[in-house]
Design a protein around this ligand. Structure first.
Ligand SMILES: [Mn+2]
Length: 341
């Protein structure tokens, strides 16, 4: 009997525990994750990966899905939502007792809490880069195919506007197709797992499923873009505001804001709904020109109303209570209208 128990215990101890990734399900988060996962698999041999997708505002709920044992838990490309920090911290204390927890990110709100993360037992790889993929570059030489993952890395960087991929570049089309598919299928975890598996196991950049989703997404995007140009509620030399709060926009808000910003040559805000209670303020500055002051001012105004979220200085999204949205817009318009802006 004792021998049997010993046997069972030994078998359990030898059972490989999974490596879990909780990642931002955009191209940047997925690119960084693929590079880290491949390098880990090469180091550890056969490893079971679990991929859970999250956005900053739902990280507390996604963390609750981590129940069983794990070897390592990576959080990749996730900004800390200050409203959720107490809940997230409590859960991380518990998880860091079970296995190694590592947070890899480039968002300012996470970097600000670096020492708090260390205090609760979370290792960090945090850098003020424009994309998480850039941070993952340090793992590139440890991957099974650095040339392939260099392409993946560049796609991640380009999607977070850390680099620009020109039209003549062979990666330009894959970038478009992946971006549209991911924006359209923003909640489709099956598709995201498929992309990661195809990168990791077949070393193919664009799986067939993505091509299909992109062609459908392209049609929806064109419709929404047309709707957006008809839904401008404020338009001055300094700023354009588009109101899509009554429309389902999938994950296209950022793309719409970027396109309008570049077309008009001025910063653009797109308003969308997140359920009934919350409104999202998605801001994009044009890629050419300098808009630091206005970008920082608008970011500060949204944040001062308890806006959770974040992003980069020229591309960010804040979540604000819907009841306050009109006041915040008024305030943004007032500061933009000031003569020294
Ligand atoms: Mn990112």
């Amino acid at each position: 009997m004792l021998a049997l128990i010993k046997h069972v215990i030994r078998a359990y101890a030898a059972m490989p525990r999974p490596v879990i990734f909780i990642l931002h399900g955009d191209l940047d988060g997925m690119a960084a994750t693929a590079i880290i996962a491949d390098s880990l698999r090469r180091k550890k041999g056969s490893t079971e990966f679990k991929f859970l997708f999250s956005q900053p505002h739902e990280l507390d709920k996604v963390l609750q899905q981590v129940n069983g044992d794990f070897d390592e838990l990576y959080l990749v490309d996730l900004a800390i939502d200050s409203e959720l920090w107490p809940k997230v911290a409590t859960k991380l204390v518990e998880l860091s007792r079970k296995g190694r927890v590592v947070w890899i990110d480039h968002h300012p709100s996470t970097i600000d809490l670096a020492s708090k993360l260390a205090e609760i037992g979370v290792e960090t790889v945090l850098e003020k880069t424009k994309s998480a993929a850039t941070i993952a570059r340090r793992f590139l030489s440890e991957t099974s195919d650095p040339k392939f993952y260099e392409d993946i890395l560049r796609l991640g960087e380009a999607s977070d506007l850390a680099i620009e991929i020109e039209k003549e570049d062979p990666l330009h089309h894959p970038l478009e197709v992946l971006s549209i598919a991911l924006a359209y299928k923003v909640r489709d975890e099956k598709l995201k797992r498929k992309i990661l598996a195809t990168w990791l196991n077949e070393k193919i950049i664009v799986p067939d499923e993505v091509v299909e989703a992109a062609s459908e997404g392209e049609r929806i995007f064109k419709e929404l873009y047309g709707e957006a140009t008809r839904s401008i509620i404020f338009d001055s030399e300094k700023l354009t505001i588009v109101d899509l709060r009554s429309r389902r926009v999938y994950g296209f808000a950022g793309r719409i804001a970027s396109m309008i910003a570049n077309e008009k040559g001025r910063p653009t805000i797109v308003l969308t709904r997140l359920g009934e209670a919350a409104t999202l303020i998605t801001f994009r500055a044009p890629t050419k020109g300098s808009f630091e002051t206005i970008s920082a001012t608008i970011g500060r105004t949204a944040r001062s109303h308890g806006g959770g979220g974040g992003g980069h200085p020229s591309a960010f999204t804040y979540k604000v209570p819907s009841t306050l949205a009109e006041n915040i817009l008024r305030e943004i318009i007032d500061v933009v209208n000031e003569p020294d802006m």
